[in-house]
Unconditional design. Structure first.
Length: 116
C-alpha cells in the first residue's frame, strides 16, 4: 500500500539536507509548501491575535514560516528509510523545534508513475 508522508519542518536551514536525505532514501519527488502554525503566529503577534489575522499583520512580523514537505511512497522499505533519514538530519522528534512527521495510508494514486 502507498503512504503519504507529510513533514512540517521547523528549521528552514535544514530543508536542503532533508531533501537530499529523502532523495538518497529513494524518494523521486517532493512537494514543498510554505506553512505557518497558529502557535508560531500567536507567539510572534501576541495573545490578542484574532483567529484570522489580516495579511498586513502577518507581513509586518518576522519570518514565521515552516516548510511542509510531502511525498507518496509506494513501499514500506523506502518509507522506513525516509523516516530514519529525516531523524538523522533533524534529530529526535521529541525535542522542541524539530517539526512533525506523519504518515497516512493512500488507497489510490493516479499519476504517480509517468510514461512517455
Amino acid at each position: 500500500m502507498a503512504n503519504l508522508v507529510v513533514f512540517v519542518l521547523d528549521n528552514l536551514e535544514q530543508c536542503g539536507d532533508v531533501l537530499d536525505a529523502w532523495e538518497q532514501a529513494g524518494v523521486s519527488g517532493v512537494t514543498i509548501l510554505e506553512s505557518t502554525g497558529l502557535g508560531r503566529i500567536r507567539g510572534a503577534l501576541g495573545e490578542d491575535l484574532p483567529l484570522l489575522p489580516s495579511l498586513k499583520d502577518l507581513l509586518e512580523t518576522q519570518e514565521l514560516h515552516h516548510r511542509t514537505l510531502f511525498t507518496v511512497i509506494e513501499d514500506e522499505a523506502t518509507l522506513e528509510r525516509v523516516i530514519a533519514a529525516t531523524e538523522k538530519v533533524i534529530g529526535d522528534f521529541s525535542r522542541h523545534h524539530t517539526g512533525l512527521l506523519f504518515v497516512v495510508p493512500v488507497l489510490r494514486v493516479l499519476g504517480l508513475e509517468k510514461r512517455d
